[in-house]
Design a protein. Structure first.
Lengths: 750, 258
């Protein structure tokens, strides 16, 4: 009883500390705290915006009119662009500052390039980005955009209040008129001949971030409470000295004989005979499931050790109830979701009705899976999901924690730059990805892993066959069937299988959004085929798995992407590293591949090889990637540790970063990048021990997961994998399966 | 199998489930209807709006399209786009309001430039959205249709008749603006109406499906919450029972545990 009271007191104390830390963090994020003199002042977070439009015309000519020609419009549009650039210049900003009565140094202005040029030419380089970052904290901002075809300037302004935003918009036009007049006077020109800036309508303004303070407070509070709570729980769970457990047992009132209570608390230990002790949840499961005394109590070591009978009964029960021969609903729902991941272009399917959030197909299904998981967990019993804690969990949750922290630390700044909503949307998406990992890691049982691997391989092969079909017949079965099978409530994107990209490569994408994403998916499925081929005892099995590997590789190469070479090579290299003795077994596969790929995807191999020629590596897709490294330097140095906030480096506002590594640096800083890489390496680290076990099923999943993780890292350097949801979902499914293999407390230890 | 467990658990808590059902139904009703208690009445939240649509073509005196003067034809598209933007100017807006018989403060004319920024920077998108919030009861929206000298006018007003008046006033406003522009003596632009103004009284989409969906989700969450809560309580009770059993076993002495 005293122990319970003490535990309740500890819980209460921990909760109070966490809440207090959360409240302090909220105060710090919503206020400016000064120590000398000690003051706490509410931070100015309100942002308003206004929009107005200006018609630029010449006094001597009237446009529009019957007489106006194409060249009149072109000339006037160019003049308008120039006026837009001048409006953003320092002299005009000086005038604007004087008109609205604010320091010109607090006004930032940018004139966007709106000409009909490739998007890559508009992307900010390092100098431009450094300037943008330097001015991004200014409270008054102007965004000026000229129309390329007609002489109209769009002027968008930002200020703390709607009235100030309106005043700023009006002042920008007046200042520009004054500047033109001053130039005319200086040159001795007649004012009647001045270019006329005619404002179209009054500026319309409103507060645009009214929900931000609440969002910042809620996000900060929950993140800080969760992290503080986790830290305190970890601290409390850490054994300080060996005698502590015994002392607690004694205080519990039972001394050495308080077996069940001690068993539920004791960490995993080894029995007297050196065998692993029964884990707490196993003890609980056994006590619930079996009428007979489930285990032998070893007073000398204070743990429960399962008897042989318990092991046998539990093992048989689990095998009998293993997916696919089970009535448990969760594994079936998981299998359904995996089919969606492999065969449905879910990111190109959305609801045709208007909803407050962007509801893609996966986000419609995942809540049902999540709800069933929560209910199952709440119901309890032997069929309920079992929460596990492995090195893989540590890696994934550390990454998630850093993603949230990166937004919490920069939340007021993101509110000022109008990017907080985007960050919160992306965090929600990240939570969706990670929830799949948690569900897989707690739902799947160890005995079910081989069945899930087979199922995954079947789905991957279907995905590969569909991709090859698309390559050969320009028909995307995944998009077309999704469109036909789903009701009219859903809008399904168009595959454009016959189209080509900017450097003339055919667009083959399978169920993905891009060819690269399809390559990543197929790469994630490849390890199963190769590992099983290496482990196959019979020639027939070896042939079947070899064919599966051929199909997956041929499909990847059919996408015409250079990555279709690099990513599978990384997977095969990882497999070869861990199974050096089996390398010779891969030789027949290599021969089979050389024979089969030209048959399955004729012409694709040659095209990909040609792209890798050193003379052809100067194409836009390569040069854009190399240019990204230099352009990102200002972002790295301005937010070195935690980045500018997860999900906030939007390609429409900044650059298209064709590398997840660069995206992580920009959005989460060096700590975030380290967490991202460690998340994948955590999978490899967790798999290493299992790869060498004699248990074939465990070794297979470990080896395949390690290869998929290395493939994931390589793919992360080739494109922004988190922006294409098939890839993170599949990687985290691998991570979840590995976590099951590493620690499976619901089954008898081997 | 888990579904049976869930159903059994819910049957055990049937009173609370019924309470949740009533709560969800009440919230659903309030979302779909305006509820009045005295006298008891349900009034639909759907509103009736008049919508009118008309199309015009920007052309020249001797029609460029008819004469097949392909050299000058592309400029018509730019002239139409510019004219559509200029419709949002205060002068033209006041003219349209006068013709439609509404006070200028009650009318908003939305030109193509107001709808979507060319470069979707966060500031431009937010400012455009802020500008598009229209508290005015009369709104005339003008869009350029693709790369053609065609304009579409869409008027919304409290009634169908008012919407028709507004659309017609918009066409008259464009015609007047086109006539007023241009070098004196030069040939003017011509605004040709393409067909009659089409009018419809539009009832805003019924809130009933959304309310039903919200009520269903709410009820499901309520039931889920009950199950989670009962699971937590059950676990705490089991833990307490286990502690008690351990204490009793200890009290009985070591001999009983052998």
């Amino acid at each position: 009883m005293r122990t319970r009271l003490r535990r309740n007191r500890t819980l209460l104390r921990g909760s109070a500390i966490s809440v207090l830390a959360g409240v302090l963090a909220v105060i710090a994020s919503l206020s400016t705290i000064s120590l000398v003199p000690p003051t706490v002042k509410a931070r100015q977070l309100q942002v308003s915006a206004a929009a107005t439009h200006v018609f630029v015309k010449l006094p001597s000519k009237a446009t529009p009119s019957r007489r106006a020609t194409e060249s009149d419009f072109d000339s006037l549009a160019k003049r308008t662009t120039l006026i837009g650039q001048l409006m953003a210049s320092a002299p005009v900003r000086e005038r604007i500052g004087r008109i609205v009565g604010v320091d010109p140094g607090s006004i930032a202005a940018v004139a966007q390039i709106t000409g009909n040029v490739p998007a890559t030419l508009r992307e900010p380089d390092s100098e431009q980005r450094a300037h943008d970052i330097a001015t991004s904290r200014r409270r008054y901002r102007l965004d000026i955009q000229s129309k390329p075809a007609i002489p109209v300037l769009d002027v968008y302004t930002q200020a703390p209040s709607p009235d100030e935003a309106t005043a700023l918009a009006n002042a920008a036009i007046r200042a520009m008129r004054d500047e033109l007049a001053a130039r005319a006077d200086a040159a001795g020109l007649d004012r009647d001949q001045l270019v006329v800036l005619e404002q179209i309508g009054s500026p319309r303004a409103a507060v645009i971030n009214s929900g931000d303070p609440i969002q910042i407070a809620a996000l900060t509070f929950f993140v800080v409470v969760a992290l503080t709570g986790a830290a305190l729980a970890a601290h409390a769970a850490t054994p300080r000295r060996p005698a502590a457990t015994r002392e607690t047992t004694h205080e519990d009132g039972g001394g050495e004989h308080a077996a069940p209570a001690a068993a539920t608390r004791a960490p995993a230990r080894r029995g007297a005979d050196g065998r692993p002790a029964m884990r707490p949840s196993l003890a609980y499961a056994a006590s619930v499931a079996l009428p007979a005394p489930p285990a032998r109590w070893l007073p000398s070591v204070g743990v429960l050790v399962p008897t042989a009978a318990v092991k046998r009964v539990l093992g048989e029960a689990h095998t009998l109830d293993a997916w696919p021969r089970t009535t448990r609903i969760l594994p079936w729902m998981l299998a359904g979701f995996m089919a969606v991941l492999w065969l449905v272009p879910f990111n190109q399917i959305d609801l045709s009705v208007s909803t407050p959030i962007d509801l893609k197909f996966d986000r419609l299904i995942l809540p049902f899976l999540m709800g069933a998981w929560v209910l199952s967990l709440a119901l309890g019993g032997t069929r309920a999901p079992r929460l596990r804690w492995t090195i893989v969990h540590v890696g994934v949750l550390a990454f998630v924690a850093l993603a949230f922290l990166s937004v919490v630390f920069t939340a007021p700044y993101l509110s000022q730059t109008l990017e907080l909503d985007l960050a919160i949307k992306k965090l929600t998406l990240l939570v969706a990805y990670v929830s799949l990992f948690v569900i897989v890691a707690s739902t799947v049982r160890r005995v079910e892993i081989p069945a899930f691997l087979t199922y995954t391989l079947v789905l991957a092969v279907i995905c590969g066959l569909g991709t090859i079909w698309e390559y050969r017949f320009q028909y995307n079965v995944f998009y077309d069937l999704s469109d036909k099978l789903l009701p009219g409530l859903f809008n399904v994107g168009v595959a454009e299988s016959g189209a080509v990209d900017e450097i003339g490569r055919r667009l083959v994408r399978g169920p993905a959004e891009l060819g690269l994403e399809a390559v990543a998916m197929l790469t994630m499925g490849l390890p199963i085929a190769i590992v099983r081929m290496m482990d196959a005892a019979r020639a027939r099995e070896r042939l079947v798995y070899g064919l599966a590997a051929c199909i997956l590789l041929a499909a990847a190469i059919a996408t015409f992407r250079k990555s279709a070479f690099l990513a599978p090579i990384s997977v095969v290299a990882t497999l070869a590293y861990f199974r050096r003795a089996y390398i010779l077994k891969l030789v027949p596969l290599a021969l089979l591949l050389l024979a089969m790929i030209p048959v399955l995807s004729p012409g694709a191999l040659g095209s990909v090889v040609t792209q890798l020629d050193s003379n052809r590596l100067g194409v836009a897709t390569v040069s854009d990637r190399t240019a990204d490294y230099d352009a990102l330097r200002p972002d790295l140095w301005s937010h070195f540790l935690f980045g500018k906030g997860f999900g906030t480096y939007d390609h429409t506002s900044y650059r298209i970063l064709d590398s997840e590594i660069l995206s992580r640096i920009a959005e989460m800083g060096v700590l975030g990048l380290a967490a991202y890489i460690l998340m994948a390496l955590g999978v490899v680290a967790g798999a290493r021990r299992l790869i060498r076990t004699t248990d074939r099923g465990q070794a297979q999943v470990a080896l395949a997961a390690a290869s998929a993780a290395i493939g994931f890292i390589v793919l992360s350097s080739l494109f922004d994998v988190l922006a294409f949801p098939h890839v993170p979902y599949l990687f985290l499914t691998w991570a979840g399966l590995l976590a099951v293999a590493i620690k499976s407390p619901d089954e008898a230890p081997p | 199998m888990e579904l049976l467990h869930i159903l059994r658990a819910l049957v055990r808590m049937r009173l609370l489930v019924c309470a949740g059902l009533l709560l969800a139904a009440a919230i659903g009703l309030m979302l779909a209807f305006e509820v009045s208690l005295a006298p008891p009445a349900l009034v639909s939240r759907a509103t009736l709006t008049g919508v009118a649509a008309a199309h015009v073509q920007i052309d020249t005196g001797p029609s460029l399209i008819a004469s097949g003067d392909s050299d000058e034809f592309p400029v018509l598209e730019k002239q139409a786009g510019l004219l559509a933007d200029l419709m949002a100017s205060r002068r033209v807006e006041a003219d349209i309001a006068r013709r439609a018989g509404v006070v200028p403060a009650a009318l908003l004319v939305v030109g193509p430039s107001m709808l979507r920024p060319l470069m979707p920077s966060p500031l431009a998108v937010s400012a455009a959205q802020a500008a598009a919030i229209a508290p005015e009861p009369h709104v005339l929206r003008i869009d350029a249709i693709g790369s053609t000298p065609l304009l579409r006018l869409t008027a919304t007003a409290p009634s169908a008749a008012a919407a028709r008046r507004l659309a017609d006033a918009g066409i008259a406003g464009i015609t007047a603006a086109a006539t007023g522009l241009g070098t004196p003596g030069a040939q003017r632009l011509v605004v040709r109406r393409l067909g009659p103004t089409r009018v419809a009284g539009m009832r805003s989409a019924s809130k009933l499906p959304m309310a039903a969906a919200a009520a269903t989700v709410l009820f499901a969450m309520w039931c889920g919450g009950l199950i989670v809560l009962s699971g937590v309580i059950r676990r705490r009770r089991r833990a307490a029972a286990r502690t008690t059993a351990a204490r009793d076993a200890a009290a009985r002495g070591p001999a009983h545990c052998a």
